[in-house]
Design a protein around this ligand. Structure first.
Ligand code: SF4
Length: 275
């Protein structure tokens, strides 16, 4: 019993530990992102600002979407790209719930891209965490909307001829109340931004730049998890009030993290209630 107490991790209370070990590869950043999110949730619960029984995780398909398997909250693992419409239904059915959507860039901005546009336009009360690894990882390394120009993927064997989608800029151009970016090399910002987003209304979007040494790392010559982490860390720069034009991801010039949009527009639920 004493040993069990000693070995219990403080975040185990939020995990379905019977589902462990998880499927994520050594060096994958998703676990770091999840840990930081859970610390922010834990703070809000301990402060009495969040009811554990009212937190719901909704995910689509992909490596990041496996989060809903492991968290010990009510959760739903839905179809590829369809987490947002599912989460919208959950929120509308019971507006007292704090609904959190987690997914990869392919899931949220590729297959689910149209849903992302409309959820942000509506400013519906959801918190979305998009974990960007620049590729469809679980399905074998295909081109994602965020894949940088010229990068080899299994569907662009001669290099990606398309410029990447800047999802921060896209969501910021709509009606979202909160748009921020962090990196798994800066987990304190993931925690800080999650904590803040959970205290806000409307559509809140956090992009987390992650490492995927197993698939994307192979494509760009960073197969070693430590090297990939170190290379990402070198490029990430925090800015207190970044302007939207600084949000383009450029592996050479750097990746700016910070809070791009913080506003208090009426949320979808506010407008529906007002009639
Ligand atoms: S394939 Fe990439 S994103 Fe998926 S678990 Fe492995 S390292 Fe993580």
């Amino acid at each position: 019993m004493a040993l069990a107490k000693l070995t219990l991790h403080p975040l185990d209370k939020y995990l379905r530990t019977d589902r462990l070990p998880h499927i994520w590869c050594p060096g994958c950043g998703i676990g770091i992102a999840l840990g930081a999110m859970l610390r922010a949730i834990d703070r809000r619960i301990n402060e009495g600002r969040l009811d554990r029984n009212k937190v719901v995780f909704v995910t689509g398909i992909g490596c990041s979407a496996r989060v809903s398997f492991y968290v010990d909250f009510d959760s739903a693992h839905t179809l590829h790209g369809r987490a947002l419409p599912f989460a919208t239904g959950v929120k509308l059915a019971n507006p007292s719930l704090e609904v959190i959507v987690v997914g990869g860039d392919g899931d949220v901005a590729g297959i689910g891209g149209n849903h992302l546009l409309h959820a942000a336009k509506r400013n519906i009360d959801l918190f979305v965490v998009m974990i960007t690894n620049f590729v469809y990882a679980m399905t074998g390394g295909q081109l994602a909307p965020t894949t940088p120009l010229k990068v080899y993927t299994t569907t662009t064997p001669h290099g990606n001829p398309e410029p990447p989608l800047n999802v921060i800029k896209l969501v910021a151009s709509l009606n979202a109340n909160y748009v921020a970016r962090a990196s798994i090399t800066t987990p304190h910002y993931i925690e800080m931004f999650t904590y803040k987003a959970l205290g806000m209304k409307g559509f809140r979007f956090l992009e987390v730049i992650s490492t995927c040494p197993e698939v994307y790392g192979r494509h760009i010559g960073l197969r070693n998890p430590v090297t990939m982490f170190e290379e990402l860390k070198k490029r990430v720069k925090y800015k207190p009030n970044p302007v939207i034009d600084e949000s383009d991801i450029d592996w050479e010039k750097g990746i700016v993290i910070g809070e791009y949009v913080v506003r208090n527009n009426p949320s979808y639920l506010d407008l529906v209630k007002r009639g």
